[in-house]
Every structure is written in C-alpha cells, then in structure tokens.
Write a protein that binds this ligand. Structure first.
Ligand SMILES: Cc1ncc(COP(=O)(O)O)c(C=O)c1O
Length: 417
C-alpha cells in the first residue's frame, strides 16, 4: 500500500507544546532531569528515538484483541504485521520456539506464566523477597502471595550467592508445582542448569523471570534461560532498551497455554504501539552494536564495583557478572536510605535494596543507562569516586553535582545531532 501520510506537522511532538504547554513543560522537565543527572537505577535505560517514535504513533489508536489473523476487531491487517514482526524477531533473538509479546509489563508476564502453568493454591518455590525476589514472587501484597503458596529460598549471608543446596532441600520438602529463578538485585549469572536439575528431580515447572538479564542475553553477555526454563518471562525496558512492557518465551508445546494465559485470561486488547516499539527494540538488539553495548554494560558494572570496593563500600558477592551491583554503604558511615538522599542531592539517582544480611538496606546500581549514553570504563571509574565522595561528606554534594552536570553534558542521552 503506498504511504502518503507522514509523522510531521499535526503528528509531530511539537503539537503538544502548542496545544498543552502545561504538559509539554512536564515532558521537557523530565527530559532535562534525565539528561542532567546520572541514571543509576538498574531497571532503567534510554530507549532510542525510533522506539519512542513507535510509542507515540497512531498505532496507539488501534484496538486489537486476540492474535494476528484471529482478532476480535476489524482493521487489524496492518498491526497484525507489526505483531508478527515482533514475534519473529523475539524468537530469532532468543532462539525460542514461541514468543508472546503482548504482556503490558513484567508483572503481567509473570502473572501469565503462573496462569499458564498453575492453579490457585499451588506451591511455588522462588527467591524470598528479603533476598531479592520480586513482588510477583510471593509478596503478600501481590496476587502471587495471595493466590499461591510461596516458599522462599535465599542467598548465603556470607557469600551473597544463591544457596543451591537450600533450593534442592526446600524443593524436596515442599514438592512445588513450579520453581522461579530470577531476582531484582542478584548481581551474578543465574545457574539455570542447576535450577533445571532440581525442577526435574521434583517434577516442577521451571519459570525463569529474566526481567533483568534478558538484555544481556540478547547481546550475548549473559547465559540464556531459554534452553532450560519451561517459560521465560521478561521485561523489554531494562538493559534490552525497548519500551516499557513484558514478553514470554517458551517451547511450542506450551505456546497455546501461554497465549491464552495472556489473552483472554489476564489481559484485553494488545497495545499495538508498544508491540511495534518492541519490534523496533528487538531489531536494534540483533545488531553487532547492541552486542558491543551489552558487553560494555558489564565491563562498566565491573569497574563500578571495583571502584566502590576500593573506596571502602561493601560490594555484595565481591563484584558482578551483570549490569547491576548492590553495595552496603555502612563502612562509609551512612545507611542505605541516608545514602540515597545524599546521592540524589549530588545528581545520582538510584534505589535502596535488600542485602544478604537481614534488616540491612543497601543500594542497587546499574550501568545500562550510562552505557547507552556512551560512557565507558574511564567515566565509570570516576563515577565511583564521585559516589563515595558524596557519601562521605554531605557538604561535598554540591561539587559532585557540578561534576555530574558536566559529565552528563558531555554524554547526552539524546544528542541533538
Ligand atoms: C525480576 C523482576 N520481575 C518482574 C518485574 C516486573 O516488571 P514491571 O515493573 O514491568 O511490572 C521486575 C521489575 O523490575 C523484575 O525485576
């Protein structure tokens, strides 16, 4: 079909500024914040302008319940192509038999995985929340904790590493219907083969919640859960650098159950603008440039871990294999919450997190966003020094803020040209 329309003029972003300056100012203010402070939140990244363009496109107008070729709404012939491209790209990128790209978020993807494999009241073995499990891994405040009987495994308090012996013994005792591997703060590669072995021994499904490492998997910088897990759930917006959203990967034997668990069981209409944006991100992630990016993310995280250890912070597991690390700032005389406040004042944005030692709040940092900005090992090493400087002495925050402004000015997330 010949295309005669463009995204210029009435469909450009400028139209917001003319129609609703109040909201336009908020968008610009957020761009300014993201561009002038350091984004160290391990779950965040900067999507490409192409991903943003797909998100802000007329595909947002389309209702599309169902799947390509079998929709409940008319007029889906073009968005069907977008979804087929997204699915094919995801399958190729991760070497999976089947991909579902409709989940609205990582949590929706986990919900769909449970819906595909479990019944309410089933027992599930997952990393306990105090050790780095996600809300969807059994929090009493979440559907997971209310509808399933979760048993939590943990990390060794000394090494910070997953205690596989504990996983095995809990699995033997509780005979779970599913085992979940994945975390919000585990800095090391997950040993999917070890989890598969335990799942096979007790006849459980293995669900990999790879929300965090999936982007590294795409870039060949982390092992893939796809050969081991029955179902892989993931987000598309972390290291993977796509739009906010979720996805599921599985073998062909579970494809129909997974698809029906997403729609119609847990969701209604697919968000076609987001699915198109996921397709764009998968296309980007299949390039050699993304492979280099993923490896640089890990190299930067390692330099950050080494730098913070050299400054006296306690780095969980002594380092990282991934894009994230967790640290205890206590040796510098501050607790996690105070540290987060001091760092925010100095222009460094990050989260507090659980640490292997009970009742201690630490800090979780990630390098996905700063690596997208083009920062490398030299800049990351400097960030470690600035980080510790801001923590040690509150009055140093102003000077650090200026240096952060200078650094981010040299590495804009969205360069003008
Ligand atoms: C391990 C894990 N699972 C699930 C999620 C949920 O993703 P979302 O916030 O998109 O619902 C996250 C988000 O950080 C996560 O880290």
């Amino acid at each position: 079909m010949p295309v005669t329309h463009t995204l210029e003029g009435p469909l450009s972003v400028d139209v917001l500024g003319r129609q609703d300056p109040e909201l336009a100012e908020i968008l610009l203010g957020e761009l300014e914040r993201q561009s002038t402070t350091l984004q160290l939140i391990a779950a965040e990244n900067f999507t490409s302008p192409a991903v943003l363009a797909a998100l802000g496109s007329p595909l947002a107008n389309k209702y599309a319940e169902g799947y390509p070729g079998a929709r409940h709404h008319g007029g889906c012939e073009i968005v069907d192509v977008a979804e087929r491209i997204a699915v094919e790209r995801a399958k190729a990128l991760f070497g999976a038999d089947h991909a579902n790209v409709q989940s609205h978020s990582g949590s929706s993807a986990v919900l769909a995985a449970y819906a595909a494999l479990l019944r309410p009241g089933d027992t599930v073995l997952a990393m306990g929340l105090p050790h780095g499990g996600h809300l969807t891994h059994g929090s009493p405040a979440n559907f997971s904790g209310r509808w399933f009987d979760f048993v939590g495994y943990g990390v060794d308090p000394e090494s910070g590493l997953i205690d596989h012996e504990q996983v095995r013994s809990l699995a033997r005792t509780h005979r779970p219907k599913a085992i979940v591997c994945g975390s919000i703060s585990y800095p090391r590669h997950i040993d999917y083969a070890a989890f598969r072995e335990v799942a096979d021994e007790v006849g459980a499904y293995l669900i990999a919640d790879a929300a965090h490492p999936i982007g590294l998997v795409a870039g060949g910088a982390a092992p893939s859960p796809v050969p081991y897990a029955d179902v892989v759930c993931a987000t598309t917006h972390k290291v993977l650098r796509g739009p906010r959203g979720g996805m599921l990967l599985c073998g062909s034997e579970l494809a129909e159950r997974v698809d029906r668990a997403v729609f119609p069981f847990t969701q209604g209409g697919a968000q076609m603008h987001t699915i198109a944006a996921k397709a764009v991100a998968f296309g980007e992630a299949a390039t050699p440039a993304f492979t280099a990016y993923a490896h640089q993310v890990v190299a930067n995280a390692r330099v950050l871990a080494q730098g913070l250890a050299a400054e006296g912070l306690a780095v969980t597991t002594g380092g990282t294999d991934t894009h994230l690390l967790t640290v205890d700032p206590a040796p510098l005389g501050v607790d996690g919450r105070t540290a987060r406040g001091r760092l925010a004042a100095a222009g460094m944005v990050l989260d507090t997190c659980a640490l292997p030692h009970p009742d201690v709040r630490g800090l979780r940092l990630g390098t996905a966003a700063l690596t997208t900005q083009g920062m490398g090992e030299a800049e990351t090493a400097r960030i470690a020094v600035l980080f510790a400087t801001a923590l040690r002495d509150e009055s140093a925050g102003r000077g650090v803020r200026e240096e952060v402004r200078d650094l981010t000015g040299r590495f804009p997330p969205y360069p003008a040209h």
